[in-house]
Design a protein around this ligand. Sequence first.
Ligand SMILES: Cc1cc2nc3c(=O)[nH]c(=O)nc-3n(C[C@H](O)[C@H](O)[C@H](O)COP(=O)(O)OP(=O)(O)OC[C@H]3O[C@@H](n4cnc5c(N)ncnc54)[C@H](O)[C@@H]3O)c2cc1C
Length: 315
Amino acid sequence: MTDTGEAAEAVEALAVEAAGESGAPAVAPFRFFALDVLRTRRLGHSFLRVTFGGESLADFRSGGFDQSLSLFLPPAHRDHTVLPDTGEDTWFAAWRGMPDGERPVMRSYTVRGRRRTAAGVDEVDIDFVLHGDASPASYWAGRAVTGRRILAIGPAVAENKSVRFRPPTGTDAIWMYADETALPAAAAILEALPADLPVAAFLEVPHADDRIALAAPADARITWIVRDGAGPERTEQVLGVLRPAALPEAKAPYAWIAGEAGTVRAVRRHLVQERSLDRRAVRFTGYWRLGSSEEQLLAEAYAGQAPGEEPEAAL
Ligand SMILES: Cc1cc2nc3c(=O)[nH]c(=O)nc-3n(C[C@H](O)[C@H](O)[C@H](O)COP(=O)(O)OP(=O)(O)OC[C@H]3O[C@@H](n4cnc5c(N)ncnc54)[C@H](O)[C@@H]3O)c2cc1C
């Protein structure tokens, strides 16, 4: 199984709806939501949880697991996100047509939690990795305060293609790799798995105190990898842990791999080539790429290259 950029998928999803794929009445799987910052909480060294509310969230339907959505975040001089048009068939051109410096950035994030409170307020949690002020989403999250409003394209139906974790029937073990950007998704997946399913999860984080508490199945083997360096050597460190590791014996394992694109490719290659895992039993997603912003990945996706992937033939 392969994957393309989240942002490109969100754009495509709305475009398909706008085109009216079938004549049948349907609830659009994705739509715009207004998200108001309710509160923030620091989780470990690198993570900030932002909890959003907003009336439109009454129609938000998460599929759970690694459900993701596309956030539109304002430029540094604006408090709130403004799009001139959020019509299903017109927003993309309107967004792209905004002047540089005013156009919100579009970024992919995971729905880490979702609830309706006793007071009837719908809330969504997103865990942001704070990786520096030079990057727009990280910058925005580091300054998020109650009352700020952003926009998102998110799911209005639980069954939607931004849930990628889909183990086939008969799966008898889960193998996982995630870096810090995919830790919110890994944590959500782990807490939703059946208690008796064997799991091995390799979780890479920048700092020792990013090793957050996980609600995983009781015998899940969780291996934390605290990174030594921020450059390409990170991949070798991960492979150095993975290669000698004993994975749960299984006839039909399913692997879910997400994080920095170069490491994701290397982990996939290790599982397919060195551990003979059926390549159809691997779901892999490049969540970001060292040295490339999400705009650059989106541009590549539209030019026909899928970020975070290697052509099948190369693996
Ligand atoms: C499906 C999906 C779900 C995701 N879920 C989450 C999530 O829940 N939480 C989360 O924090 N991220 C998540 N990400 C990753 C997030 O979208 C990227 O990290 C994104 O690039 C951040 O945008 P930015 O504006 O901060 O940086 P960009 O402007 O996109 O990038 C600027 C520079 O920073 C580098 N960079 C990007 N991310 C990181 C990082 N984490 N550490 C170090 N350098 C980085 C880039 O290589 C580039 O050189 C997800 C991505 C996908 C595709």
